[in-house]
Design a protein around this ligand. Sequence first.
Ligand code: ZN
Length: 559
Amino acid sequence: MAEVRRPETTEQAPAEPGAGTMEADRKSRPEGTPPGRPGSSPRKRPEGPGSSPRKRPEGPGGPAGPDRPAGSGRPAGPARPRKRHTVRNVLLVLLILIVASLVFIFGINKWRIDFSLVGDDTVTYECGTPYRDEGATAEVTGSVLKFVHHPVRVEISTEGINIHEPGTYYAHYYAEFLWLSVTESRTVKIVDTTPPVIELTHIDDYYTLPHHTYEEEGFTATDNHDGDVTDLVESEERDGVVYYTVTDIAGNTATAEREIFYDDRNAPVFHFANGEEVFLYKGETFKEDVSAEDDADGDVTSRVTRSGTVNKDKIGTYTLTYTVSDEWGNVATKKRYVTVKRKLELPEKMDPDKVIYLTFDDGPGQYTEELLKILKKHKVKATFFVTLAYEDYQYLIKEEYRAGHTVAVHTASHEYSEIYESSDAYWEDFNKVQDVIQKQTRCRSQLFRFPGGASNTISANYCEGIMTQLAEESAVKGYTYVDWNITSGDAGDTTDGDVMYENMMNGIHTYKNSFILCHDIKSYTVAMMDRFITDALKEGYTFLPITSESPTCHHGINN
Ligand SMILES: [Zn+2]
């Protein structure tokens, strides 16, 4: 603790406070007069044994008597005036000695205020920390009369010290007593040595895919002086760690680190260029077209393994199983059907502008067997879009196939509200039929017909856009849907075979390729079919089953 002490003046004048910061206020007071004793005068004779009035010394040979005036009694001899002179001189010397002592004590002694800071002359505060002055003490004392210690109040001023702005400031002190005063100061340094604080945001369950750049969850940076310095933060990703750095105006740098949490929760996804299901003609070689993509690892096709084989020379549906794992260990497996199908032979002689594709929906049912006989009699092939509605007649699917007709998927339940509720619901219903077809014919079907046709709008009651979605999905799965361009009328418009006949004849005369909608579960349909086929054949028409090579017959999609 440094003590601020006024340098003592070397002037002779009493307590001249002109030197240094001390100022003297002489006023009318005699110099060197000690405070608190304003009336004392150096000329006053102090009392004491050394200053008592001198007795006249006794003369030799007799007791001293009272002085007598000259002329009374004995005439004064020459020794008497000499004696009086001596006394006066002694008194004078004594007086001079006393005065000299007082002058020395009160004139040579110099009064001053002793000032002393509590704490250091220079203090350093961190920016933003409240300043608390430690104070100072002051007392009046004398250079000679050192035993005097009279405390004096010190006024402190810390105005102007801005604790929020780094810089050099001063605390000021002032003390006064009578004509004495002193001003002092303390240096207050406000510094910013505190770096900003970086706070990292952590999102629950947040992860980064392996091999991927970290996507920032967020952060803030705040400085005690600069405030929000988030914009100044620089970050760098290195070896699984994100390093953050920010420097405030004062040059204080803060750093933070974030260890990146890597995770991969998704298995790779397979893609089959030629569709998820494959349909080949007998003798065609199956060409692998798989690829696999992982969200973290990218192309992982080289890691794909496949089990199962395809015999290109034997008709049937084969199951292949693909497996692939990503580097993280997520495994994907997928079953895939490859169907080796029979090749349908076209008649040698046919008019390509007179082709009829008879299609029968919603069977097989109780009239299907009769229909098969009619078709067989005329040696014509048709297409059956089958359901599972009539369990007792499901065996006829096999008969249809054996007879050379095309067996295709229609629907298991034919309930619009169920199958058009969602994509999953649709394909679940679809696969039930496909499985039955596969069981009975050994082959899965490439063709199918949407209940109500692709153009139906009733599906919108159950799922907006479902037809658009299903049409797109069917292509990915490898299926082809087939609609119609001629309606026989047996779906509710008529039960009259003659009306149906007219509808169909008018239709085939309109189109080069006629896709005629009929239902083999209707007796009147089956009943009029012999007449229609007979007459159409007479007119030179050819009846063909639909295959994947047939012309496309698609309604516009309205949902
Ligand atoms: Zn139907």
